[in-house]
Design a binder for this molecule. Sequence first.
Ligand code: GUN
Ligand code: ZN
Length: 442
Amino acid sequence: MDPAHALPAGPPFTIRARLLTTLASGGVRYEPDAGIEVDVAGRIAGVERWDGDSGPAATLDLRPWVLMPGLVDLHAHLPQLPNAGVGAGLDLLTWLERYIFPLERDFDVPTAELIAPAAFRAFARAGTTTVVAYGALWPESLDACFRAAEAHGIRAVIGKVMMDRLSYDTDRDPTEVLELSLRQSTELCATWNGRDDGRLMYAFTPRFAVSCSAAMLRASALAASEAGAYWQTHLSEDREEISEVKRLFPDAIDYTDVYDRAGGLTPRAILAHAIHLSDREVERLAESGAVVAHCPSSNLFLASGAMPLARYQAAGIRMGLGSDVAAGPDAPLFSVMRAGAYTQNALRAAGLSGAPPLSPADWLRLGTLGGAEALGLQDRIGSVEVGKEADLIVVDPSVTLPLEGVGAHDDGGPDEMLSRLIFRAHPSMVRGAWVRGRLLPA
Ligand code: GUN
Ligand code: ZN
């Protein structure tokens, strides 16, 4: 960070900066010179065009940095971060066996106490202020993850992975796993869901249909709805996975129906990937209100496929973005937006989509307010608007310029700037991130 900019550690504060935000009413707001006031409770109390000398006295001038809403990552795996960037092009099930299950099997408390705080710092550095994450199977390691999130300050939805079929818990009799896993998950939910006025939340987390019996899926969905918690899993990511689900659930109409029969498809369900869906599945997902966490960088990394985003949007499926680290090689959602845009361009170039491209502002919306809406948190977060909690980031767009020491040839307007934040994302461009006005360690 530029040493000239000592960022406020906690509320109240007022920042003067450029402002770029999605708006609840639609569209974006750009102000080249704005004052953003955060009150003592960590809420946004004022967002105004800077008005001559009349701004509040104790103001930090961050211009030309840009204040934006914090990013919302709907899908990540905390234990997997050490293997990020390894295994590109492997099919999902091979990648899981080779690179992921061994890592999660070893995710004990000391490991979690090392990895989770580092992971949350990495998310904050990436501009992510809300993350929805999977842990591993072991409940004590989940307590360690929640403690780390509590101390760090990030907004987080976390869940213990549940598996009573394909699993790395090979020592235990599968018949006892369902009851045990349900009890452990319910206890974790009782301890952590809603902690710190809702900053920490719980998601019941049956891994995917290949790892779960119908009874496990049903019991976890029921427990989630009884607790008012989220329910997260993976859906229709990889062709071999889909074949395996067909074999395991011969009575189901399709993969989506496996979760539907379990009572999982509610507005509190977060389904990662959902790449290869029939028209029936698309319709059913839209009707159910379940959320798709779109993970385009992961979908390309594991050669899983190209999700037809425009088709899902036209159908009205609720959607946000997920990094899916470590199948996604990177935490920053700006890079995920780029992968998503390239995927849609490739679909168009191949004649597989006639939809117009999403604009940079559309991608920003998916990564901010779209994610907030997906979590039902749109009244609290997702945009820089009065009354919301101050989940903010500040970005230095100068590091995304093509040539050092040479200004941009365009007028440096918001569209060009946002385009570069996405297509020329730089690892150090996010200079600060706050949740409820508290600066996150990065
Ligand atoms: N499907 C089941 N488990 C996983 C996982 O850990 N990552 C991804 N990308 N897909 C999965
Ligand atoms: Zn995943």
